[in-house]
Design a protein around this ligand. Structure first.
Ligand code: ZN
Ligand code: FE
Ligand code: FE
Length: 264
């Protein structure tokens, strides 16, 4: 199985499990490497209630070291962060990037202005939103994130579909410009299997997006976005099939922010 690089820790307040349990699960799932990428601190603090604080970074690094000790000689452990793409965050992301010898940084769009639109708390806001407008805003934001070139991996590309609010018609009109921006950035995207367990019941991104991404030469990683040990490597066989159907024959691995490829 490919590496699983998008996984969380209890420091974000909505994940649970000891490092040893996550590693045991990764070994049982047979992933080639295990990467930890919890929700990064964001400014000003407290930014929201679903991420670690800046002062918890040392505890986060300790959690990663505990995982490394448990996995020693058995499974490579990689370290990262899932960073939020927010207005004027570039300086902060660069700062975070220098704190520890991360293997990779994931960039994610969970916020449109002040709205963390993937938070089930705000489902009411979705019901009264202009979906076409939200989608345009989301994909424009995602393109800006790609253009920043701050991230090795761009997270769950079409997260905006999480609650199944989609505009009518051919969605390629949203995908084409962003795929061009991603291809130019050199960043990889992830095929995130968590979407299969959300109201949209579809991996992020959908097959059409994945096909366009492959055609544009965008590299891929496969990830579970595990928030508990039993989610590590979840649905990887199904994701491999999807990636292969889109044309992919390899995925990337990262060490010290350098990419290598691994056959699917
Ligand atoms: Zn999370
Ligand atoms: Fe995320
Ligand atoms: Fe995540």
């Amino acid at each position: 199985m490919p590496a699983d690089y998008h996984t969380h820790t209890p420091l974000c307040h909505h994940a649970e499990g000891e490092p040893e349990a996550f590693i045991d699960a990764a070994m049982a799932a047979g992933v080639s490497e295990y990467g930890i990428s919890d929700h990064a601190p964001a400014k000003p603090e407290p930014f929201d209630d679903w991420r670690m604080l800046e002062r918890e970074l040392p505890a986060y690094w300790k959690w990663i070291e505990r995982a490394r000790e448990h996995a020693a000689g058995r499974l490579p452990i990689r370290s990262g962060l899932e960073c939020d793409w927010l207005p004027s965050c570039e300086g902060w992301i660069n700062n975070l990037g220098q704190r520890y010898p991360w293997d990779y940084l994931i960039g994610s769009v969970h916020y449109l202005d002040d709205w963390d639109f993937d938070n089930p708390k705000w489902l009411g806001r979705w019901a009264e939103s202009d979906i076409e407008h939200v989608w345009s805003h989301y994909w424009q934001t995602y393109s800006r994130m790609a253009e920043s070139r701050l991230f090795d991996i761009l997270g769950h590309p079409d997260l905006v579909k999480k609650f199944s609010y989609r505009p009518p018609g051919d969605l390629a009109r949203f995908y084409e410009p962003v795929i061009e921006a991603i291809a130019e950035s050199g960043s990889a995207i992830e095929l995130n299997t968590a979407g299969w367990h959300k109201p949209c019941a579809e991996a992020y991104p959908e097959p059409r997006f994945l096909e366009l991404a492959f055609a544009a030469g965008i590299p891929l990683v496969i990830s579970s976005d595990a928030h508990a040990p039993d989610e590590v490597g979840r649905e990887f066989p199904r994701a491999i099939e999807l990636a292969k159907a889109a044309g992919y024959r390899e995925t990337l691995t990262f060490e010290a922010r350098q990419a290598s490829s691994e056959r699917l």
